[in-house]
Write a protein that binds this ligand. Structure first.
Ligand code: ZN
Length: 114
């Protein structure tokens, strides 16, 4: 049952991301602007919630990525990904031109297993 639920959840999330990519690539400026009003807030909320779940403890270790039983210090992939997408890639991205150029644009509608 969990497998079916997880599959349904993943399909719904990928479907939403694909929809948003399509809007960014094909919608007119007014539609994009209207969508941005809600989606930016949703995305920042999602990032904050995800980052909160991966806040480092007093030793600088992420409880989610490096459980207590591991002696070594595992890097938190969530924080590295957040930094790459929100800071590094944003600094390298040209100013908005109205055209979608993101690397995740137009992903296949069916999620791939990983
Ligand atoms: Zn983590």
């Amino acid at each position: 049952m969990d497998e079916v639920l997880n599959s349904t959840l993943r399909t719904a999330v990928y479907g939403r991301l694909n929809y948003l990519d399509t809007i960014v690539g094909e919608a007119d400026k007014e539609s994009k602007s209207a969508l941005a009003d809600t989606v930016i807030t949703q995305m920042t909320g999602a990032w904050r919630e995800l980052l909160e779940a991966h806040e480092p403890d007093e030793r600088g270790r992420c409880r989610a990525c490096s459980p207590w039983r591991l002696l070594g210090r595992a890097d938190c992939t969530v924080w590295r990904t957040a930094h790459r997408h929100l800071i590094t890639d944003a600094a390298e991205r040209p100013a908005a031109t109205g055209k979608a150029t993101g690397r995740h644009h137009f992903r296949p509608a069916t999620p791939t297993s990983s």
